[in-house]
Design a protein around this ligand. Structure first.
Ligand SMILES: [Zn+2]
Length: 233
């Protein structure tokens, strides 16, 4: 077997492995993109807690207003009940009721604010829940396909590792070094076939003498234009 044929086989196996590795990497990244779920979960948890707090604040504000109204009712029933006759005491009672009513306005404003906060928090909570459901549904539908594809690719990868070892065995060590260095410089593609009297990588035309050189069993022939090793079948 000529050196370039051995290298060409190795190149085909390695190119296939490169494609599989790139695809596996992309799949892993997508599966990791469960980040989307994680992020949606965090937002949901935060909105859930904010909603509970706002709800509690609202209940508290409502209770405070109710208590204040009860106080006012009690004071008014004393005022109009007839038990208090002393003008000074009656005046004090009227002042107290006026003061209680002023504070009730403050409490009712607080209650209104708490209600607005609670409604806003509830809306945020609903949005966060919908976003989380969406992220989960999207991940689930993607993952079924991707998990199956990953399994297939991992098996292909194992098979190609064996093929890679076999292909390496057919290439002398010194040439293997040249190949690996060239692969690094040429984006993974070190060996290309001659197609229609031209380099299959860069397309530059080759003379019959150059093609003949590429057929040499013992020596490597490089494309004069792109510098890749040429293989002539
Ligand atoms: Zn070329």
């Amino acid at each position: 077997m000529s050196v370039s044929l051995g290298l060409h086989r190795l190149q085909q196996v390695d190119s296939h492995r490169d494609r599989i590795r790139a695809r596996l990497k992309a799949i892993e990244e997508t599966l990791q993109a469960d980040d989307a779920i994680r992020s949606a979960q965090q937002t949901f948890a935060a909105s859930e807690s904010a909603e509970k707090t706002a709800e509690r604040d609202l209940r508290f504000a409502e209770a405070e207003s109710v208590k204040q109204r009860v106080k006012i009712e009690q004071a008014e029933s004393s005022l109009y009940g007839g038990q208090v006759r002393n003008p000074k005491e009656l005046q004090d009672l009227q002042d107290e009721i006026a003061s209680l009513k002023r504070h009730l306005i403050t409490l009712e404003n607080r209650e209104f604010d708490a209600l607005s906060m609670s409604e806003a928090a509830e809306a945020e909570y609903q949005i966060a829940q919908a976003e989380l459901d969406k992220a989960r549904a999207s991940a689930a539908s993607q993952h079924v396909d991707l998990t199956v594809e990953r399994e297939t690719l991992q098996k292909d990868s194992e098979r190609l590792t064996l093929e890679h070892k076999a292909a390496i065995g057919a290439v002398p060590q010194s040439i293997l070094q040249i190949y690996e260095q060239l692969r690094e410089r040429k984006h993974g593609l070190a060996v290309v076939a001659i197609q229609d009297s031209a380099c299959a990588a860069c397309g530059s035309a080759l003379t019959p003498a150059q093609q003949q050189s590429a057929r040499s069993a013992s020596q490597l022939f490089y494309c004069p234009t792109c510098g890749r090793i040429l293989y002539a079948s």
